[in-house]
Design a protein around this ligand. Structure first.
Ligand code: KIV
Length: 287
């Protein structure tokens, strides 16, 4: 079983592997392949739920998907991503929402899209026994403030702010930090400055681990960010399977004899009365 303590210990040693998952079947496949962390990302909004962004994703949706992923995971750490406005509005509600991911859904930790406002939240949740993965750089829940899914930390001031927030979140108790779409040089600097592991996405090769959205990795996405890569061609495989199935059904080659069963004791109910009853004198009229 992967634990947050184990993940912390991987810093500077074994690269941490993390992928998103939103359902039991996919979580089981990824877990069996030996991934360290399954992130139930709010990217489920665009990847699984058909929203235009992550903003509409609700606590109930993340909770339900986290429970599904936890049921499919034997060994990976399951991290639930706290959706837009589920933390930070009210402190009691923040604790309840984050706590419910562990208490009701079976997550091992939560991820918070971070900023100055999440330092105290990270401290409080950690004190209460809710491990926190911080997330700096491009934080898609702030897309309306950032003006798009743009590179972050590209000025001296912005890079300084990310480094100082990274330190503040480590001090507040975060067990790891996601760095998204920041210069590789900045990610290297942050990684060197922290004891907790950094997990990069579009942050160069020097983080302690890497994370990608699984539909990008599988080759399921129609378009993907410049820092992602398809490591498979699952969309093409799925299309081929659906085409083959459709052809088999329309050509009546599926189902074949091995997919069907007959009961020898059961009369052939599709047979005509003449076929089932050759003795016409036994016919009765109940009326
Ligand atoms: O929601 C998500 O999938 C994420 C990762 C891209 C880090 O936050």
């Amino acid at each position: 079983m992967t634990t947050t303590v184990g993940i912390r210990k991987q810093a500077g040693k074994t690269p941490i592997t993390m992928l998103t998952a939103y359902d039991t079947l996919t979580a089981g496949l990824i877990d069996d392949a030996g991934i360290d962390i399954l992130l139930v990302g709010d990217s489920m909004g665009t990847e699984a739920l058909g929203y235009d962004s992550t903003l509409p994703v609700t606590v109930a949706e993340v909770k339900s998907r986290t429970a599904a992923v936890a049921r499919g995971a034997d060994s990976a750490l399951v991290v639930a991503d706290m959706p837009f406005l589920s933390i930070g509005v009210d402190s009691a509600e923040t604790v309840r929402n984050a706590g419910s991911m562990l208490k009701e859904a079976g997550a091992d930790a939560v991820k918070l899209e971070s900023g100055p406002h999440t330092v105290e939240i990270t401290k409080r949740l950690t004190q209460l026994g809710i491990p926190v993965m911080a997330h700096l750089g491009l934080t898609p829940q702030h897309i309306n403030r950032l003006g798009g899914y743009t590179r972050q930390g590209t000025t001296e001031a912005a890079a300084d702010e990310i480094l100082s927030l990274a330190r503040a979140h480590e001090e507040a108790g975060a067990f790891s930090l996601v760095l998204e779409h920041v210069p590789a040089t900045l990610a290297r600097e942050v990684t060197a400055a922290l004891e907790i592991p950094t997990i990069g996405i579009g942050a160069g090769p020097d983080c302690d681990g890497q994370v990608l959205v699984s539909s990008d990795v599988f080759g399921l996405s129609e378009s993907q960010p410049p820092f992602a890569e398809a490591f498979g061609e699952v969309a093409a495989e799925m299309t081929a399977a659906v085409d083959a199935y459709t052809t088999a059904v329309t050509e009546r080659t599926f189902p074949a004899a091995e997919h069907s069963h007959t009961e020898t004791d059961l009369t052939d109910r599709t047979a005509t009365p003449e076929e089932t009853n050759t003795d016409s004198s036994s016919d009765t009229d109940s009326t």
